[in-house]
Ligand binder design. Structure first.
Ligand code: 9MR
Length: 391
């Protein structure tokens, strides 16, 4: 198994002093300044700095909490946003636009407009797409949650939804979050709030994977959750479930950790170990929704130490993924604070992304870029000796 060790302190310290220099030396719109392109500008972009075969993604802002904000749809209306999205990332995840309430607003009507636009944008920009999500307890339309359906009808509804949505994008989605957040923090299956598990029993989860696989045999099918970064009751529950499903021949390909972290809590230092145990089962692993929120001081402006701690969390999460052979997809949950879900859901917290509201890069951005670059250089060295990333 491939193992990379990084000089964490050296990279993190350098990151603090780099922003100004790098910002003025390139023509990257995300830096908010114009200047002659630097000869190495290409590697200034996250997607280009990454090792071969390793994708760096972001959520594509739209739907969900954005609908209640006083700005228009970010993806379709913010040109600068789209520019950075295309330049910096090699993978995109619709933040809300493929969720049930968005894509299947009425029983007999699908709305594919936004999801199609994101998939087309991704293809134009040579990006892969993570589909999110098919079986979840949240953001389901009222017609479904409040409908009076028999078990047979519900089963048919889920089957039809998965077949239709996955089938529509067959061959164009790299990874699907088939089942999202099916366990609670104690490691119990959500038998009450998840309509599918409550009404149809736990076996429906395996069926969801089977139907998704049938609709798109090429897509990698994932379990995805939060608070499963470390080894704990919840990730143990996934570990046990995945073992059973693999034994039964259910087409499960991956386990992903969302990574909604807060500097209020310690960093989950056993993240790499946790990813490794799923890797050892033969699964792919991924980081799918990383952001690192913090308690904001009264001024609203974080201290340098806070920014540095945030950069460190971003970097360590990336390092853990890079260190595991089958972890080749690393996604942050948005890149600019302008559109973050965090302040809407956590009072007094924010500043969770790698760029400010004005697209100015934070130390966290540079920590990611430099860590990717280092891994790329190390991989190139290894390739010269006949070794490289798996897959
Ligand atoms: O970022 C999403 C936000 O716009 C929605 O309002 C919210 C509703 O639940 O969902 C957010 O995304 C979630 C993701 O789909 C699953 N993991 C947790 C994410 C943050 O809540």
């Amino acid at each position: 198994m491939r193992s990379i060790r990084f000089a964490t302190v050296a990279v993190a310290t350098a990151a603090l002093t780099l922003p100004l220099m790098a910002g003025t030396a390139t023509a990257d719109p995300s830096a908010g300044r114009k200047a002659a392109p630097h000869p190495h500008a290409k590697f200034d972009r996250l997607r280009a700095a990454a090792p071969e075969g390793f994708v760096v993604g972001t959520a594509v802002a739209g739907g969900g909490h954005h609908l209640e904000q006083d700005y228009p749809d970010p993806f379709t209306h913010d040109r600068e946003y789209r520019k950075v999205l295309a330049r910096q990332f090699s993978s995109v995840s619709p933040e809300n636009q493929m969720k049930w309430d968005y894509i299947h607003p009425e029983r007999d009507r699908y709305d594919f407009g936004q999801a199609d636009a994101i998939v087309e944008f991704a293809e134009r920009n040579k990006q892969v797409v993570r589909g999110h999500t098919l079986l979840w307890h949240s953001q389901n339309p009222a017609w479904l949650e409040e409908g009076d359906f028999s078990k047979a009808e519900l089963r048919a509804i889920l089957r039809e939804h998965i077949t239709t949505v996955v089938g529509r994008y067959a061959g164009r989605i790299q990874q699907w979050d088939v089942a999202n957040e099916i366990f609670d923090d104690q490691g119990n299956l959500r038998t009450q709030d998840n309509i599918w598990i409550r009404e149809l029993g736990p076996g429906i989860v395996a069926d969801a994977f089977r139907w998704a696989h049938k609709a798109d045999p090429k897509a990698k099918l994932f379990f995805n959750d939060y608070n499963v970064e470390g080894v704990n009751a919840k990730s143990d529950a996934y570990y046990a479930l995945v073992q059973d499903l693999l034994e039964e021949g259910v087409p499960v390909d991956g386990f992903s950790v969302q990574g909604h972290l807060s500097t209020r809590y310690g960093f989950p230092g056993d993240l790499e170990d946790n990813l490794r145990r799923f890797d050892a089962l033969g699964l792919e692993t991924a980081v799918t929704e990383l952001d690192v929120r913090m308690d904001l001081p009264e001024s609203g402006v974080p201290t340098e130490a806070q920014e540095q701690k945030q950069a460190d969390y971003y970097q360590r999460t990336l390092e853990a993924c890079l260190a595991v052979d089958g972890c080749n997809s690393f996604t942050i949950w948005g890149f600019t604070d302008k559109y973050s879900w965090v302040p809407v859901f956590f009072e007094g917290e924010g500043f969770a992304n790698v760029m400010t509201e004005d697209y100015v890069r934070k130390p966290a951005f540079y920590a990611l870029r430099d860590t990717l670059k280092e891994a790329r250089e190390e991989d190139c060295g290894k390739k010269d000796h006949g070794k490289g990333r798996k897959g």
